[in-house]
Design a protein. Structure first.
Lengths: 289, 273, 579
């Protein structure tokens, strides 16, 4: 129960508001994206995979944990259970990877008015989510196929297909449905949406209890390390001949991550400089950084 | 244009209500639907997970046969099954093509077939289990196995709010459409029109974020006065709410039968290989 | 001891981040079993006062709070909101968001379940029974009508069997029939179950009929608490604060011939007090059609139109059947009829958003079946009942410009300036429309509609959900629309709006046009009014009850008519009769 003294800390009801808000909105968007068909150009899929900007925006404006968990649950409920396609364990995996990625993205932003931070956080969120999904998908085949290394071409092909899908999702969905709309929405909503929930807008001085113990960098680092270790652990255990294949796989991944990062950074720089030209405020903000 | 119109028909509130009602009241008369959710969870725990680690073809075939029978009992919608098959075949096909490109040969087909079979077992298991549970049963079941009360609350809340949300979204979207101007030229492959509609589909969320915030505030105030925060994870409330969940004879029969089947399958499978 | 159930002493309250205190040294006591109406202008602190009683203040809204509130002997500062909810039930103005479960019984029994009552279902059922909602137990909430949802919100509040029930503007969103239904339930709870009822209410006619006491608030202060009759007779004090007493009271006030004590507050009182014009026959039916209408250019033509939609049970429900209708230039049409009569469907057919099942709808010579809604938007503008659904930009100005800008209209900024001026929005143009008051939002939605420069504007319940003063303001602005467009069609339950504004009234019932004619032809036809479930303004009922001819549409008409009669008759006769 809320106490009269804790004035500027989120009360349990405020957390619930953020949770409900995020769940309803992202759930709704999920139902809509489910209804919109996708277009294929050969193996490249042009589909609205998800409106990631909704949870990203909310995670940046409010407490990232509740917004992230709300959105992930919204996807499971609206997009799966209500359409009669709940998939058991598969949902669990989506839930964890999505909420984790959104939470990290939200925590990366210390000041929602800073467009550079917002942009970097948005694209990072998508990269983390797609990266985890890719690893899980590759992992599934690894576990599912007995003696994968004995089957010629299969290991490479799975890495290539998943790597390609990763690149495609980050570049297409990541920029169109996460980066650009988030950059548009966060500054518009900042300071306007919070009072509707009876809260103060986030600012530089605000900290989150979890944020105090574990910094975002720590989490990102930890996750990446954990996944990589899982990956290599698995390779060694299956007596996989790592030399060429791992090189290939790794390089490919780093290439794709690199490319998407460069494009994302370019967009961010473009946005920031354009804003800098328009207003002095933009300049001041960057100087402060 | 025609296609777009169809899409909007699909998005109409009445249509969504109809769809929701159908999934909610779907098929609660089947044998599986009468089982306790926990029974189904236990069953799924094995059939949804174990196949990953089983490489014995005979056992997998036996399991496949079992889940196909289950699916028939559950009377799952043919559409869902069709989509599932298409997805599995597509994925397998792509993998096969790519594998050949990387120097695979005919021997690649067998492992891929087995992989596809595993995926089928897992998917069919989840389809037959989860189409046999209406959302209320699922949420009760989840609550019973220790998932936080907020989740089961959210499921019910989603059913409550979805029609209102869709309606509001639809109206905002229409406002954009009627006041804006669609591109005059469609562009190659309609890309201009598609881009225009996708853009307003996203922009429509700005107004919705603000109005949903207002909603959320009243809702949470009401939750507070209705004592929900105190009840979400209160064991006593949970016990009262879930008092109707009981293991019956048919639950025991079903689990015993499944266990016997799996055991004999394993014995047979190991002997056979 | 039991009599003083709610005691508010020296309470000051300021919302977090707010600049001014919302409550200013408030003192109020309410007795057990009272039926109290709280009145006051916007921002006078009515809702805040009510949230004191159920403990949301100071527990949920953590602002600056001093003073003490005691409810049933409990100090709200020391008690939890959850505990207080056993004593106080609260129904919000936006009650829709208060319903949180999927199904009816589930929602009604939600609170008893949360508090661990093993008989939660029985409690929920009893609450549903009390509010007259039996038989809907397993339905989804979205299957209910607006009125039923409101009753369900009330059932949720009653489910814990609290002694006190608070309803914030119980009838703002309802048509007259359902409004009466809600108040009858409240009355029953008050009289038969001894519940204390507190309502925040703008409709003084309902206060006069149902409430026993009235509390007047102004700028965070409780000005007074008086028995209803005494309170409503303080016409000057009320009017000063933009609160309008019942029309019969206003009429008596303006006539100068009554002493303060004898102002009537209900229709039946008034009928006994004003002079009856025995002998004069009321023209039973006025002209059904304006002959002048012929020859004017037609804008919309409907021929044998029927419309149906698929219901949840997958059967087709016919909403409109065999509609023949022509809308001409200069028409100011009021579309009236009960909920479900087909008003909204008729309007949506004109917008081209839905197509008729049979027959054809022609707008400006174009068949809607062959035109996209975007194309139709050049001729027809539809203004939603909820103005928020019209707001797609982040400021009023941008919203008003949107249409013109998208079409690259030259010098559109000037047009926008003019429209903002017309709807008194110039000073608000940079605000986000969603964060404005109800009346301001409504004005913005009208401005957006006018900026689209249509031939015909369709308004869906433009005065619903507004207090009476704002309602009058909007009615006046709707009156100015005729300068912008060729025809206006308004679907409404607000008979005052119909009486003051329309030059043609179309009565719908069960998907048929029951009547189409002048307002006189509608309001003089008792049978028709009853059949269509219409509730004319009180002053009109009064003048008809007094056999005045023609009937009066406004209080001023009535006063003028009676004064004229005074002039004709012997002065003494009447005055002595009244006093």
């Amino acid at each position: 129960m809320s106490q009269i003294q804790e004035r500027y800390v989120l009360t349990s009801s405020q957390k619930m508001m953020v949770f409900i808000l995020s769940m309803s909105l992202y759930g709704l968007s999920n139902m809509i994206t489910e209804l919109v068909p996708s277009a294929y150009l050969g193996p490249i899929e042009f589909s609205i995979e998800y409106f990631a900007f909704i949870p990203l925006t909310l995670c940046m404006l409010f407490h990232p944990l509740y917004a992230a968990v709300g959105a992930a649950l919204g996807e499971v409920i609206f997009g799966e259970i209500m359409l009669g396609q709940f998939g058991g364990f598969g949902e669990l995996e989506k839930f964890i990877s999505f909420s984790l990625a959104m939470y990290i993205a939200g925590s990366l932003v210390k000041d929602p008015r800073n467009r550079k931070q917002v942009g970097i956080a948005a694209i990072t969120g998508v990269i983390i989510h797609q990266f985890i999904s890719m690893m899980v998908d590759i992992g599934k085949v690894w576990i599912g196929v007995e003696e994968l290394e004995a089957v010629p071409g299969l290991a490479e092909s799975i890495v290539v297909i998943e790597g390609f899908a990763f690149l495609n999702d980050v570049l297409f969905s990541g920029i169109l449905f996460a980066l650009l709309p988030t950059l548009y929405l966060v500054p518009r909503l900042y300071g306007k949406i919070e009072p509707l929930l009876g809260m103060k807008p986030r600012d530089n001085t605000m900290k989150f209890s979890t944020g105090e113990i574990v910094t975002p960098r720590l989490i990102v680092g930890g996750i990446v390390l954990a996944l990589l270790s899982f990956f290599f652990e698995f390779l060694s255990e299956t007596d996989f001949n790592v030399e060429w294949e791992a090189d290939f796989g790794e390089n490919f991944m780093w290439v794709s991550i690199g490319v998407s990062a460069v494009i994302a950074i370019l967009t961010v720089i473009l946005m920031v400089t354009r804003k800098g030209k328009n207003t002095k405020e933009g300049m001041d903000e960057r100087k402060v950084q | 244009m025609e296609y777009r119109q169809k899409l909007f028909d699909k998005l109409s509130v009445e249509q969504v209500k109809i769809e929701l009602l159908n999934t909610a009241y779907g098929n609660d008369q089947t044998f599986l639907a009468k089982l306790d959710p926990r029974t189904l969870f236990i069953w799924y725990l094995f059939f949804g997970f174990a196949p990953w680690f089983i490489h014995n073809q005979a056992i997998l075939l036996g399991m496949f046969a079992f889940v196909v029978v289950m699916m028939l009992i559950a009377r799952s919608s043919p559409l869902i099954i069709f989509i599932l098959c298409l997805g599995l075949l597509g994925q397998g096909g792509y993998l096969l093509l790519a594998a050949w490109f990387f120097g695979g040969d005919l021997s690649t087909i067998m492992p891929l077939l087995i992989l596809t079979m595993k995926l089928s077992i897992i998917s069919l298991a989840s389809i037959s289990v989860f189409t046999s549970m209406d959302p209320e049963k699922l949420s009760d079941g989840l609550l019973k196995v220790g998932v936080p009360g907020q989740v089961s609350f959210s499921i019910s809340y989603a059913y409550r709010m979805l029609p209102s949300l869709i309606e509001e979204y639809h109206h905002v979207f229409l406002s954009f459409r009627l006041r804006g101007k669609a591109p005059e030229k469609h562009g190659i492959l309609y890309w201009r029109s598609i881009a225009y509609f996708v853009k307003i589909a996203m922009l429509s969320f700005y107004p919705l974020m603000l109005s949903t915030s207002k909603r959320a505030r009243t809702t949470v105030e009401a939750l507070e006065t209705k004592g929900s925060f105190f009840a979400f994870n209160n064991p006593k409330v949970k016990a009262i709410k879930l008092a109707h969940l009981t293991f019956r004879q048919r639950d025991y029969w079903f689990l015993t039968f499944s266990l016997l089947y799996v055991i004999s399958l394993f014995i047979f499978g190991i002997l056979y290989s | 001891m039991t009599t003083e159930q709610i005691k508010i002493e020296h309470v000051n309250f300021k919302y977090p981040g707010g600049e001014h205190p919302v409550l200013n040294d408030v003192n109020l006591t309410i007795q057990k079993g009272a039926f109290v109406a709280i009145i006051g202008g916007n921002g006078s602190g009515k809702s805040t006062l009510c949230k004191l009683i159920n403990g949301l203040i100071p527990h949920y809204y953590v602002g600056d709070f001093t003073g003490s509130v005691t409810v049933n002997g409990l100090d709200t500062k020391e008690s939890k909101v959850a505990d207080l909810s056993h004593h106080v039930g609260y129904v919000y103005q936006d009650f829709d968001n208060q319903l949180v479960r999927a199904r009816v019984l589930e929602d009604a029994s939600f609170a008893p379940l949360n508090f661990g009552h093993a008989d939660y279902k029985e409690r929920g059922k009893r609450a549903l029974e009390l509010t007259g909602l039996t038989g809907h137990d397993e339905e989804f909430i979205w299957q209910l009508s607006g009125g039923q949802k409101h009753l369900l919100a009330l059932a949720g509040a009653v489910s814990l069997d609290p002694d006190i029930l608070i309803m914030d503007e119980p009838i703002a969103q309802l048509d007259p029939f359902h409004a009466k239904e809600i108040y009858d339930v409240l009355k029953m709870l008050n009289e038969q179950h001894g519940k204390t009822i507190i309502v925040i209410e703008h409709h003084t006619e309902f206060i006069a009929d149902y409430c026993k006491e009235v509390v007047l608030m102004d700028q965070g202060n409780v000005i007074w608490k008086k028995p209803t009759a005494d309170a409503l007779r303080l016409v000057e004090q009320l009017m000063e604060r933009q609160i309008f007493p019942p029309q019969v009271t206003q009429a008596a006030f303006k006539l100068d011939t009554f002493s303060n004590k004898s102002y009537p507050i209900t229709l039946s009182e008034a009928l006994g007090l004003f002079p009856n014009q025995v002998g004069e026959e009321v023209a039973a039916h006025g002209p059904t059609n304006n002959s002048e209408r012929a020859g004017r250019q037609s804008i919309v033509e409907m021929e044998q139109v029927s419309f149906a939609y698929k219901t949840i049970t997958r059967s087709k429900k016919t909403v409109l059947n065999g509609i023949d209708l022509t809308i001409n230039q200069g028409d100011r049409i009021a579309l009236v009829g009960n909920n479900g009569a087909g008003k909204s469907s008729l309007m949506r057919l004109i917008t081209g958003l839905v197509k008729p099942a049979e027959g054809k709808v022609m707008v400006k010579g174009k068949n809607t079946r062959e035109c996209s809604p975007e194309k139709m938007a050049d001729f027809v503008t539809y203004i939603y009942q909820n103005p928020e659904e019209m707001f797609i930009e982040d400021s009023v100005r941008k919203d008003v410009s949107f249409f013109l800008k998208a079409r690259k209209v030259p010098e559109y900024e000037k047009i926008v300036d003019r429209i903002l001026e017309q709807f008194e929005l110039t000073s608000l143009q940079e605000r986000d429309s969603r964060l404005m008051s109800g009346g301001q939002q409504r004005r913005a939605s009208l401005a957006i509609g006018v900026a689209m420069n249509p031939s015909i504007i369709l308004l869906d319940e433009p005065t619903a959900n507004l207090d009476i003063a704002t309602r009058k303001h909007i009615t006046r602005l709707i009156g100015t629309l005729k300068d912008n467009v060729e025809a206006v069609l308004v679907a409404t339950h607000d008979m005052q709006l119909v009486a003051e504004w329309a030059n043609r009234v179309i009565v719908l019932k069960d998907g048929h046009v029951l009547h189409d004619g002048t307002r006189e032809s509608v309001f003089n036809n008792r049978e028709l009014l009853d059949l269509a479930g219409l509730n004319p303004p009180q002053i009109m009922e009064l003048s008809r009850g007094l056999n005045m001819s023609p009937v009066c549409y406004t209080v001023d008409d009535f006063v003028a008519a009676v004064n004229k009669q005074f002039g004709e008759e012997n002065n003494d006769g009447i005055q002595t009769k009244i006093i």
